[in-house]
Design a protein around this ligand. Sequence first.
Ligand SMILES: Cc1cc2nc3c(=O)[nH]c(=O)nc-3n(C[C@H](O)[C@H](O)[C@H](O)COP(=O)(O)O)c2cc1C
Length: 363
Amino acid sequence: MSEKRPASTMNYREVRDELAGVMDHAREYMKPKCHACKICNSVTCGAAGGIGGTERRGTAIRNYEKLQQIHLAYDTLYEGGDGSEIDSSIELFGHKFRAPIMSGPFGHVASFNPSTHFKDDYEFTKALLDGTMAAGCFGWTPDTVGEDVFEGPLRCLKEHGGIGIPAIKAWGADEIRMKIRMSDAAGVMAIGHDIDCVGLTYLSVNGKTKTYPKSAAQLKEIFSITKTPYILKGIMTAAGARKSVEAGASAIVISNHGGNTMDQALASIEVLEEIRAAVGDKLTIIIDGGFRHGEDIFKALALGADAVLVGRPYIIAAEGGEARGVELYTQKLVWELQNAMRMTGCRTLADITRDKVIVSKEF
Ligand SMILES: Cc1cc2nc3c(=O)[nH]c(=O)nc-3n(C[C@H](O)[C@H](O)[C@H](O)COP(=O)(O)O)c2cc1C
């Protein structure tokens, strides 16, 4: 793979064509759980509801569908350049990235995709971190039940200079504190905490493994042992966002875990504007759920998000092309975002304002 050109120097067609081969390859490793569909909208997922979650896909499908009801406003009537002036860069947690895009945490590859070709979660994470970084972005690492599922990916994150975010699940306070200390020892730029994991089948009511919802005061106390910014992942209401401010979080991820934790929820994009209005600039807002293209990322930025986390397509890109597949997919997202900016008269991310999108009546 090393003889390949950096994806960041390739044009859309080149990236798209090489990525098509990656997708073909992914199908071999994803069946029967996932068909690596051209449109990853959770409608035709495979056995037991695809990768992650259950066969009840309502929330996941809604995430994708609601994004399709937002459209971009053309504006190419401005004094512009050849496109190289478009600047999609962002600073997050003290580091500069080419675009506000990150891969999500995905816990225990062998359990959500029994036919994976990755030896373990360290190798899977390495593909994600190598690939996102090669394209100027970054990734999260997971936490779940299983051997070396937190530690292995965290070791990998340390080897990447700590540029990434480990997610810690809602275990008992002592285990969370231990994992915060491990994350700090790895020098990570921020620490994530996926509080909505309590709805995952194996962690939910009557599940074998215990997780616990916690109050803002409890979270504040637990995270008081670190100076590293921390992020609450799994916020879906303005009230939850306000409590996150009280808890001392620096950021939230507006997320329903890709629809894996509860059916019949709203789509994440539906609650974004309300949450931004509720917390103003007190929190950095990341959002995920159904984001598949750079144009989708543009929509989130226009409605108030600072950055976007992408889930399932990154798993498929990694299975199909390891780090190169992840790099190509990230470059495709960056390219699409930058092209959307060029087509709507936006030179920087700050120019992506509410008037740059049209929300349809059905939304
Ligand atoms: C197979 C799978 C495993 C996941 N594991 C985790 C995890 O360990 N921790 C976490 O915070 N989120 C986890 N998630 C949720 C994702 O990080 C992300 O929130 C979600 O996939 C975004 O939705 P999307 O897949 O529609 O892009 C997982 C998602 C999938 C599909």
